[in-house]
Ligand binder design. Sequence first.
Ligand SMILES: [Zn+2]
Length: 76
Amino acid sequence: MSYRYVCRCCGMKIVEFDQSAVNEVQLGLDSLTPEERQHIISKEQDGDTVIRIVCDYCREAFNQHPELSLIGSPLQ
Ligand SMILES: [Zn+2]
């Protein structure tokens, strides 16, 4: 089982951590509000935890084309 970071815009896998190697505190997930957690974090049926963020490529695209942010604003 792992924590998997994927881009919520293009779906690209950004990075993956084994759950035995890191915990939510190390990943900073404990500082999210319950609402943010619900929005960002989801559990896969196989037990993986998926964290949806915005990859560098999409973040750059947002910066250059702010109108794209209508899709959803990048996390700070
Ligand atoms: Zn992306």
